[in-house]
Design a protein around this ligand. Structure first.
Ligand SMILES: Nc1nc2c(c(=O)[nH]1)N[C@H]1C(S)=C(S)[C@@H](COP(=O)(O)OP(=O)(O)OC[C@H]3O[C@@H](n4cnc5c(=O)[nH]c(N)nc54)[C@H](O)[C@@H]3O)O[C@H]1N2
Ligand SMILES: Nc1nc2c(c(=O)[nH]1)N[C@H]1C(S)=C(S)[C@@H](COP(=O)(O)OP(=O)(O)OC[C@H]3O[C@@H](n4cnc5c(=O)[nH]c(N)nc54)[C@H](O)[C@@H]3O)O[C@H]1N2
Ligand code: SF4
Ligand SMILES: [Mo]
Length: 713
């Protein structure tokens, strides 16, 4: 297949175009420059965007790779043998035919089983406009309560913790340029050097200014290489460790009692909760020397300024909300929030992982971070959408639970837009079983992903270079990304596909827009007065001011780079809530049959399910297959020999991986990256236990057995 045409109307004259990277939440600016290579263009770091000015990591530099990949879907594709769930075979069709068929089947399913029999699964890499539209399409056009998205697997524990503690969930409370002002930085369960590489210079600058950096991770990662202190923590123990820090701070009176008194509630309960977590006890549970616990506690509390960043390492657990709250408590009792060089931040993951959770693609939310069960929120959004509030459905179930509803027979159809859930969901054999049961699965994507093996229709979407829109980066900075190229073949921008489908469903008035800007202008109104208030933003302002931080309630409001200044929290009493945390065990603990802990995560050169980066030759070359990391002690215990491979067996299944023995990992643990499908897909083994609060799956901890697989086998 020929490369998709990249000669765009918009670009026909230009030799230089501007965009933003499609991958992580840093959202680095990039220049596309005409080049004498087989693509005709190359990517260079841009000087324009004031976030990671002049820098791009390997993923960003190679982001054209997937855009021009011959696998791009160039027309709607219909499964030829819809009843056969062997590998699909596809036949191209016209848009008209595709959408007529999809709409007819959806209507029939809804007539027979009710509106909620149709579901939508969205993503956090999409623009704010598409996220907003998808939520509106589900509620107002399909009239189903069943919409959720991949951010449930990502930011949901952090979001729940921030909402509980602060009354608002904005990734970082402060802009990145606060980092160099911090004198103490704790990085817990976050591998910034591989996952947000262009953020590293901010940390190095802080270090240059005298900051102490602490990393807390079961692996000595590239990030811990820049740390002064590395805490080698067994997965699942963050609340225990953080309780130890809090114990020392309170025992030694290092907290900021004035701040606690003026701006928080719940202090006495926290004091009580950490009473038993003396350095001796915590050292006993975690193996971390008690002097180290005291050093970090004193260091952080006594530093004039300090920041704590967390990420999925501790959040993707059944206790992820509690772990996150334990770290938030430390910022609050030491008064390290809402002033220069201070703050808390669960580092957002996907390109628009922040905006993706604000505009209503989450089962319980409406735009502006409003709750779907709040009558005032329903009235507000219904008035913007021009429908009766009573017509809005209620709250649906979380991402992973949607597959349970399919297995139960309640959901019969699903539209997936911007996710590859077969690879990225926990216990994925169960997800495959659910997908197989669907009467209709429609995938809107650039590629026939692993999930597409189960689809009835594939609809070709735009890449990041082919769609205009706004995104919100990890800081809460909303910015405009222009359209650089035209879509190849018959591929279309997501907003157009959604609009056309709504039209075929007879609900076109709820999804017809002339441009992404028209959607944004409505999103602004829908968000106005909510927590994530975009009310005062416009495309003109976003372009001229190179982005604006929410909340930005009025056209003359400058935006809010630093949240919670002077202790202004968003709870009704104006205070932040401290939460007493009782550390709990993971859903699965080790035993004789499953004596090790499996934890999963990322590599610097791949992105999520790998749909894009495995289609980028320069990146695939650096990591063609996943490799399991184990400690020399573990290798010794299973009598691993050079050249052996490693069998991992959990209660869900068994897979064989290449293995690397390294002293950088905790002796109890094995780490496997999740960027591959099929026999390389670690999510066939992960645990689908969910946090009772956030419904986040336990991607980071499950019990596993390790066995050597010799060459003789
Ligand atoms: N290269 C690359 N960059 C990415 C992505 C990608 O796929 N590839 N994805 C993006 C997205 S969507 C996200 S959400 C972010 C994720 O960014 P991160 O959360 O930083 O990435 P992970 O590798 O999932 O996990 C981080 C670390 O947590 C550690 N960990 C595991 N268990 C525990 C625990 O119990 N406690 C502690 N303290 N640490 C633990 C792991 O060893 C790992 O080093 O990255 C974004 N950036
Ligand atoms: N074991 C384990 N599993 C995990 C995690 C973990 O740490 N461990 N992390 C979880 C996390 S944090 C995340 S965020 C999830 C994410 O996992 P997924 O939701 O599977 O994310 P992606 O692989 O980015 O899938 C995005 C899909 O959308 C397509 N796409 C990209 N841009 C567009 C667009 O503009 N329009 C349309 N229509 N399609 C587009 C891509 O081609 C791709 O197929 O994985 C989760 N799964
Ligand atoms: S740091 Fe993130 S946004 Fe920047 S180039 Fe790398 S992947 Fe893209
Ligand atoms: Mo994520």
């Amino acid at each position: 297949m020929a490369l998709p045409p990249l000669a765009a109307a918009a670009s026909s004259q230009a030799d230089r175009l501007y965009s933003h990277c499609c991958y992580c939440s840093m959202q680095c600016g990039m220049d596309l420059i005409r080049a004498d290579n087989e693509i005709g263009w190359e990517i260079k770091p841009s000087q324009l965007f004031p976030v990671a000015t002049g820098r791009l990591c390997q993923k960003g530099l190679n982001a054209l790779g997937h855009v021009v990949h011959p696998d791009r879907l160039l027309s709607p594709m219909r499964r030829v043998a819809p009843d056969e769930h062997a590998r699909a075979s596809w036949q191209s069709a016209s848009w008209d035919h595709a959408l007529d068929d999809i709409a007819a089947r959806m209507k029939a399913i809804q007539q027979q089983y009710g509106n909620d029999a149709v579901s939508v699964f969205g993503g956090g890499s999409l623009t704010n406009e598409v996220c907003y539209l998808l939520g509106k399409f589900a509620r107002a056009a399909l009239r189903t309560k069943h919409i959720d998205y991949n951010g449930r697997y990502c930011m949901s524990s952090a979001a729940a913790a921030q909402l509980r503690a602060f009354g608002a969930d904005r990734g970082l409370n402060a802009a990145l340029d606060e980092i160099p002002k911090a004198k103490y930085v704790i990085l817990a369960g976050t591998n910034i050097a591989e996952c947000q590489p262009t953020m590293v210079p901010y940390l190095l600058e802080a270090k240059k200014q005298g900051a102490i950096i602490v990393t807390i991770d079961p692996r000595r990662t590239m990030t811990s290489k820049i740390a002064d202190i590395h805490i080698n923590l067994q997965p699942g123990f963050d609340s225990v460790f953080a309780s130890g820090l809090m114990h020392v701070i309170l025992e030694e009176g290092l907290h900021d009692s004035r701040y606690v008194e003026a701006h928080t509630s719940g202090f006495a309960d926290v004091r009580e909760a950490v009473r038993a977590f003396s350095p001796d006890n915590v050292s006993h549970y975690t193996g971390i020397p008690k002097e180290v616990i005291r050093t970090v506690a004193r260091g952080f509390a006594q530093a004039e300024t300090g920041l704590i960043f967390t990420a999925r390492g501790l959040e993707q657990q059944v206790n992820g909300v509690e772990h996150t709250l334990s770290y938030i408590n430390l910022c609050l009792v030491t008064g390290k929030i809402g002033r220069p060089g201070c703050g808390f931040g669960p580092i957002t993951g996907q390109a628009n992982g922040q905006g993706g959770r604000e505009h209503g693609q989450k089962a319980d939310q409406l735009p502006g971070y409003r709750l779907i069960e709040d009558p005032a929120a329903r009235r507000h959004v219904a008035s913007v959408w021009g429908i009766d509030p009573d017509e809005l459905p209620g709250k649906g179930v979380s991402a992973y639970e949607l597959y349970g509803k399919i297995l139960d027979g309640e959901i019969k159809a699903m539209i997936v837009l911007g996710s590859n859930p077969l690879v990225s969901s926990p216990n994925s054999a169960r997800v495959a079983e659910a997908l197989q049961k669907l009467e209709l699965l429609v995938i809107i994507d650039m590629f026939a992903t692993e999930t597409a093996d189960y689809a009835h229709w594939l609809l070709p979407s735009s890449s990041f270079l082919e769609a205009e829109g706004t995104l919100t980066n990890l800081e809460g900075r909303v910015f405009h990304r222009p359209k650089a190229f035209e879509t190849p073949g018959e591929a279309l921008e997501d907003y157009k596909i959604i609009g056309m489908l709504a039209e075929k469903l007879g609900r076109g008035r709820y999804a017809a827009y002339a441009s992404p800007e028209a959607i944004f202008d409505e999103l602004r109104l829908a968000s106005a007065g909510g927590i994530a208030d975009y009310g005062g933003m416009s495309y003109t302002r976003l372009k001229e001011e190179k982005g604006l931080f929410w909340p930005c309630p009025s056209p003359d409001h400058p935006g809010t780079p630093r949240m919670f200044e002077n202790g202004a929290f968003l709870h009704a009493d104006g205070r932040a809530k401290l939460h007493p945390i009782t550390p709990m065990e993971p859903a699965e603990t080790t035993d004789r049959d499953y004596p090790f802990i499996l934890t999963t995560g990322r590599l610097g050169n791949h992105y999520l399910s790998g749909a894009q980066t495995r289609r980028t030759a320069a990146l695939l070359k650096k990591a063609a297959v996943p490799v399991a990391e184990i400690h020399p002690h573990a290798a010794e215990r299973i009598l691993l020999r050079p050249g052996d491979r490693l069998r991992l067996t959990t209660r869900r299944g068994s897979l064989v991986f290449d293995v690397k023995v390294t002293a950088d990992i905790h002796p109890t643990s094995v780490f496997v990256p999740f960027h591959w499908g099929g026999e390389h897909s670690i999510n066939l083994l992960t645990n689908d236990a969910l946090s009772p609060i956030s419904r986040m799956p336990e991607f980071k901890v499950c019990a596993v057995r390790l066995e050597r697989v010799g060459q003789e086998a």
